[in-house]
Ligand binder design. Structure first.
Ligand code: DLL
Length: 433
């Protein structure tokens, strides 16, 4: 269902005219209200009035996560704190978190975009959304909550964790939509299986899953185990939270990024040069409707490309391909670049392998070594040692053939690797410890 016909199907020309107007307005505001931006623009002698076309966006400087940290906590806000009605923060791995603020209008806008995203995924007013994204400083919980209510659906604010209770509530309340990270959806599916809760005992039809990278193969595994449509949703707290982009139910291929609110660019992660539609690089986003914390050319570190072809669903907003990983998650093993998601796609397709894995990187005698720990199914685990050894060798060979790196594969017992209630942590890089 299309939630906002006029905006979602607006002809490109009109959409781009709207973007330009909103961009000019945003640039003017940040220049006049945020000293950080005024200084950065002055340094390269660019004035707001120089932005005459959408193409002029590339004249503006990038904003980095460090800029938010350097101006911790509220230094990039354009409005006084009295007008800020909500704060969220993303937990950095080190040091201070990144703080984001919302005015009343921002919350309204976010709810609208999230309602629009739910609708694109096939959710309607009659649905019951079991929201297992964490509530708190993380934007997942409240973002999905407000969007679900805005749409008029029924929201169960269960938050993450407590899996047995999730499964009980899912049956008793008749939840039709499940929102969580894909890794948690998979964990829930397994637990339901262990509790003998079969698909006919639940009413679930859609999973709105995101907040971490996942693969097509993982989608298939989740869809099969839960008997649902699994839809990919993208967002980041600095830009808003969940609902920046989502797949539509019709195509389930690429995520529509809501261009009446955000301008996406793809840049070369090393040089910052803007790439053409279709070329893979780092996603950079400029917000054009945000009030409290507008960001100009924010470097997301997420690797993707723009899908050029128009979508069968009729929405005119561009699509980004499924996020391949973060540029800072890319592993370099003896000079070969590899994303965890590439290993994931290969593993999940192998018979007898469960979609649970961990990558352990270390440096031994000055050489990088990658260990791939992966769980096998109960059936394979009870096989004779010889068969397990040949499975292990097969995976090592497949990875070598496809990606050109030597890895050590360790087969783990079923259910032995850590399960995650929020974002999964797949990589342990001992070189950085
Ligand atoms: O993860 C917001 C969110 C909540 C998105 C719920 C979707 C659902 P942060 O905690 O700030 O915000 O983390 C943002 O997570 O830059 C990506 O690297 C990653 N990420 C988010 N969605 C996806 C996705 C929320 N669908 C960071 N695929 C982003 C791959 C994703 N990575």
């Amino acid at each position: 269902m299309i939630y906002d016909e006029e905006l979602e199907t607006m002809p490109r020309e009109a959409l781009e005219a709207l973007q330009l107007k909103r961009l000019q307005n945003t640039v003017e505001r940040v220049y006049n209200l945020v000293p950080f931006y005024k200084n950065k623009f002055d340094e390269i002698s660019v004035k707001p009035e120089d932005i005459k076309t959408l193409d002029d966006l590339k004249r503006l400087p990038f904003t980095l996560k460090e800029d938010l940290r350097d101006n911790y906590p509220f230094g990039l806000f354009t409005i006084p704190l009295e007008q800020v009605v909500r704060l969220h923060a993303s937990s950095g791995t080190t040091g201070k978190p990144t703080v984001v603020g919302y005015s009343k209008r921002d919350i309204e806008l976010w709810s609208n975009l999230m309602a629009r995203s739910f609708a694109a995924a096939g959710v309607t007013r009659g649905d019951i959304i079991q929201n297992a994204y964490g509530y708190g400083l993380f934007t997942g919980g409240l973002g999905a909550h407000y969007g679900g209510e805005k749409l008029g659906a029924t929201v169960i604010p269960i938050s993450g964790g407590n899996t047995q209770k999730q499964i009980m509530i899912m049956q008793d309340f008749g939840s039709t939509v499940f929102t969580a990270t894909p890794s948690y959806a998979l964990y829930l599916a397994e637990s339901a299986h262990d509790m003998c809760v079969t698909q006919d005992k639940i009413k679930l039809k859609v999973g709105i899953l995101g907040a971490e990278p996942w693969t097509e193969e993982m989608r298939e595994a989740i869809e099969e185990k839960l008997g649902i449509d699994a839809i990919d949703i993208y967002g980041l707290s600095e830009i808003m939270g969940p609902g920046v982009a989502i797949e539509c139910k019709e195509a389930k291929h690429g995520l529509h990024i809501w261009e009446d609110a955000f301008i996406p660019e793809i840049v070369d992660p090393d040089t910052g040069e803007v790439l053409k539609d279709g070329e893979e690089g780092e996603l950079v986003i400029t917000t054009i409707t945000k009030d409290a914390l507008p960001l100009i050319r924010y470097r997301t570190h997420d690797i993707t490309h723009i899908i050029k072809e128009p979508c069968i669903c009729g929405r005119t907003h561009k699509r980004i391909a499924r996020i391949k990983g973060r540029s800072d998650d890319m592993l370099i093993i003896r000079g070969v670049n590899i994303f965890p998601s590439q290993i994931e796609s290969l593993l999940i397709d192998i018979e007898g392998i469960e979609p649970h894995y961990q990558l352990i990187v270390d440096r031994v005698n000055n050489l990088d070594v990658l260990e791939v720990k992966v769980e096998v199914s109960e059936k394979v685990f009870s096989d004779e040692i010889r068969k397990l050894q040949s499975l292990q060798k097969k995976i090592e060979k497949d990875i070598k053939d496809l990606y050109g790196i030597n890895v050590k594969v360790t087969l783990s017992e079923p259910k032995s690797l850590t399960r995650f209630e929020g974002k999964a942590k797949r990589v342990i890089d001992k070189r950085k410890m």
